[in-house]
Design a binder for this molecule. Structure first.
Ligand code: ASP
Ligand code: MG
Length: 423
């Protein structure tokens, strides 16, 4: 059996949904589970709804709900001519549920828990539309609520999958259905054991596809994207970017780790452990060969460039010229962990420690305030982190960085990383 994943861009309007249906039609005779994300940028829209809910901005809430309604109804209207089709009442039901959800007051519910309860509607709406549209063109399928299968802990917005329970339920309940139907389900969402909706982290639908594939012992997973496959650099930034035909699981994990946005970082591990191949294909040119990720890929021959902007370099030194050794380092890490500031690269010397982090102003401000109690702390905002994976030569900065100076450089394994700042 196969697992397909379609992201937001592949279902961003009615024509895109027709294209998805075309692709699915070509695999009608396969056993197939299809994971779909929210349409277009609706998860961002729903994030705005969470904020409006939290601030109790009644006007904003109803404005966003109206936009969501219009967006989804426009697509459904375009796709399905019969205005008595149950899709319209299905969408209405979901949107009314959402409206009620953000209309109430809650005690003892955290922002993150509310967030998951609200943003899941993007996936619920999109899968309803795709499933009902497929029915309307006679492609038999079954819509299933992923939350009944993907069981997680209660770490809202970044929930961890409970593998044993998830695998057991998927094998026992879902598997028999796959023998008879194409299954349409949601990416990104799950449920904890108190019945609360959880999410697996932004862009987590790839990971959902991998979880389903693992639990169903799928033969392969295909992620259908708006790019030709996994590229050696972001084609929006590098004109010369080229597609990689095949990469290994390890290379894929490392590229994702360094910030290549093409595959969600958690996706590879479950696939690797069962040797399930991952294809990254273009949904625009479905006959083109994309990238395959598996165990057989040969060594990479191309350099890969990964650019992360909006970075802040945090430089920490001891006040009393004591060394940055284990005790100081462990104190520093405790503070980073407490403020949930992720370190992308770090380096230390005798009396200083530098860490390049995503710029999330309030978190970095709080972090620095805490660190300043024991250390001298400086920050350099507006930095860029460039990772060159599989560097072939002495470091040569790409032309786009010719006006940048290097603040930090580190070579480790296959990766050369530099923190850059525009002059
Ligand atoms: N809809 C979610 C997001 O935009 C999950 C995904 O697209 O993978 O983050
Ligand atoms: Mg997405």
């Amino acid at each position: 059996m196969k697992v397909f994943k379609f992201g937001g861009a592949s279902v961003k309007n009615a024509d895109a949904v027709r294209n998805v249906a075309n692709i699915i039609t070509q695999y009608q005779d396969e056993k197939l589970l299809v994971v779909i994300s929210a349409m277009g940028k609706n998860t961002n829209k729903l994030e705005e709804l969470v904020a409006a809910f939290w601030e109790n901005d009644v006007y904003k809430k109803s404005e966003i709900i109206a936009e969501l309604k219009k967006f989804h109804f426009d697509i459904a209207n375009d796709l399905i001519a019969d205005k008595k089709h149950h899709i319209f009442s299905d969408l209405e039901d979901l949107l009314m549920e959402l409206e009620c959800l953000v209309d109430k007051k809650y005690n003892n519910v955290s922002y993150d828990e509310m967030y998951d309860g609200i943003v899941c509607y993007g996936e619920l709406l999109s899968t309803r539309i795709v499933s009902d549209y497929l029915h309307s063109i006679d492609i038999k399928n079954k819509w299933v609520d992923a939350r009944n299968f993907i069981q997680t802990d209660s770490n809202f917005r970044e929930a961890r999958v409970k593998w044993d329970e998830t695998e057991e339920t998927i094998k026992r309940i879902l598997k028999p259905y796959i023998d008879r139907n194409i299954i349409i389900s949601q990416g990104f969402i799950g449920r904890d054991d108190q019945n609360n909706t959880t999410t697996l982290g932004r862009e987590g639908s790839d990971y959902s596809a991998a979880v389903f594939a693992y639990c169903l012992d799928a033969q392969d997973v295909t992620i259908w994207k708006d790019v030709a496959g996994v590229m050696n650099a972001d084609p929006n930034q590098f004109d010369e970017a080229i597609k990689l035909d095949a990469i290994s699981y390890t290379q894929a994990i490392e590229l994702a780790y360094y910030g290549a946005s093409v595959i969600h970082p958690k996706t590879i591990q479950p696939l690797k452990s069962k040797n399930i191949s991952l294809y990254v294909n273009s949904f625009m040119n479905t006959t083109d060969i994309g990238t395959v990720v598996n165990n057989e890929a040969m060594a990479l021959t191309k350099e890969c460039y990964i650019v992360k902007d909006q970075q802040t370099l945090v430089s920490i030194s001891t006040k009393n010229y004591s060394f940055i050794a284990e005790d100081n380092l462990s104190n520093i890490f405790v503070v980073f962990a407490r403020h949930k500031v992720r370190i992308n690269v770090m380096q230390n010397s005798a009396i200083s420690f530098s860490a390049c982090c995503d710029t999330k102003e309030s978190r970095i401000d709080d972090l620095c305030r805490d660190l300043s109690e024991d250390f001298q702390v400086n920050t350099t905002p507006d930095c860029v982190l460039l990772t060159i994976y599989n560097a072939q030569n002495e470091l040569a900065l790409p032309a786009m960085f010719k006006d940048h100076k290097i603040l930090l450089k580190q070579v480790l394994g296959e990766a050369t990383q530099v923190v850059l700042k525009e002059l």
